[in-house]
Design a protein around this ligand. Sequence first.
Ligand code: ZN
Length: 317
Amino acid sequence: MIVDTHMHHSMFPDDFRIDRLLDCFPELASVPAEDLKNRFHHPLETYLAETQGVVDKAIVHTYNFPESLGFCQSNDEVAERVNQYPDKFAWCCNINPFAKGAAREFERCVRDLGAVGMGEWGPSYQFFHTNDKRCFPVYEKAIELDVPIIIHAGPAKGRTCRLAYANVWDLDEVAIMYPQLRIVICHIGFPKYEDTVLLMQKHANVFADIAWLPNLAGLDMPEKGSSGRRRGVPAVRYPYYHFLYPLVYYLSGASGLPDKLLFGTDFSSVDPVKYINTLENINDLTRQFNLPEIPPDTVHAILHENWRKVFKLQQAI
Ligand SMILES: [Zn+2]
């Protein structure tokens, strides 16, 4: 059962504060309105149509970054959209830990709206340190509710994102204090891959997802709406540093347990079907770069099994 543990949807312009979006990505100011819509309008139905028969279930992460990116999705809206397709989607809520009553709202999202975790939290998008004690009630609530927290703990690229909050190692203190808390570090901590790997090796309940990595490496880009979704193709096709390197670095370490990497796409920035194909044939790539083979069992576990260590999905097989 293939579970995409990390994807997004967005309705344009409803889910956005356009002024903040343009402030974060000034290059978008010259993009015609219709192309902006191509770029940022990705309803759940698009994902379903593109992944039918390939992805069994996907976990929709909520974007709640009004402070930086200008993505403003409310938990209630995301729940309403996702809960139309309970067989196909689950979802994670997103609450700024400094918001009044954050832990209470977290509990409401899980118990009343069916959220299966908190994510995608973005310290550099939302301006907090993950080891700030004001986050602790949320961690304690996650343990009580038996759900994970999924964190884009590394840097974020938008102009108004704050790199001061992008210290992956802040999570060390959290994992020491809360060893039962299941933490997923998005994108293996891009570009702090080594930092993330050390945390995963140190802490039994720290995991990482491999979402977005192909996009960073110029692989598996969406083709549709060439003026819209296809973006950032590198001048040199060299999918080593942001795809093969973090995988081989982690898996070749003595504590690189093959059950701690979770498949995710970060749709719409990556084409899910292409990404699955790339993973299933990953040794075509490792051979090109004279790298060691990644065992097929490891790839199978990433795609089909490892999510079970982190997420409790209803109707899961
Ligand atoms: Zn994401």
